[in-house]
Write a protein that binds this ligand. Structure first.
Ligand SMILES: [Zn+2]
Length: 140
């Protein structure tokens, strides 16, 4: 029913992105935010994409957003990959244009719609907490 159980190719963790990939251990999404202009910066980088400030601090996000776009994959690209599953672009509530490409899980694929409210749902693999998303309200 979801893509949650196969072994994923995990991101390479470094000091710049550790808060994002490992921060889910506390159940929350973390991203860099500019101290000067309050802009969230993702993917992680040492400089604000809005005002070029280097004063960035890790902040906790609500973990809620909406499906901006999605596709259902039916192709088993490699052994062990469970299909079908949903790849979605989720726009986070904190900021227009602040988007993550992820999977929608814990949901009937037929129920997924653009604009659907979702919330983060972490899946741990090794020392990485992958931010997946599930419906904010139950649509099972
Ligand atoms: Zn800034």
């Amino acid at each position: 029913m979801s893509a949650a159980s196969f072994e994923r190719i995990l991101p390479e963790i470094n000091e710049q992105n550790r808060h994002f990939w490992c921060g889910g251990e506390d159940g929350h999404l973390h991203m860099l935010r500019c101290d000067e202009c309050q802009h969230f910066v993702h993917p992680p980088m040492p400089i604000c994409t809005q005002c070029r400030s280097r004063a960035l601090t890790v902040q906790t996000l609500s973990g809620t957003g909406r499906v901006a776009s999605f596709t259902i994959n039916y192709q088993p690209w490699f052994p062990g990959l469970e299909v079908p599953y949903c790849v979605a672009i989720v726009e986070l509530d904190e900021q227009p244009g602040l988007r993550l490409t992820s999977n929608i899980v814990n949901c009937d694929l037929d129920a997924i719609q653009i604009g659907m409210p979702v919330r983060v749902h972490f899946e741990q693999q090794e020392d990485v907490w992958l931010p997946l998303f599930e419906p904010a309200q139950s649509v099972r």
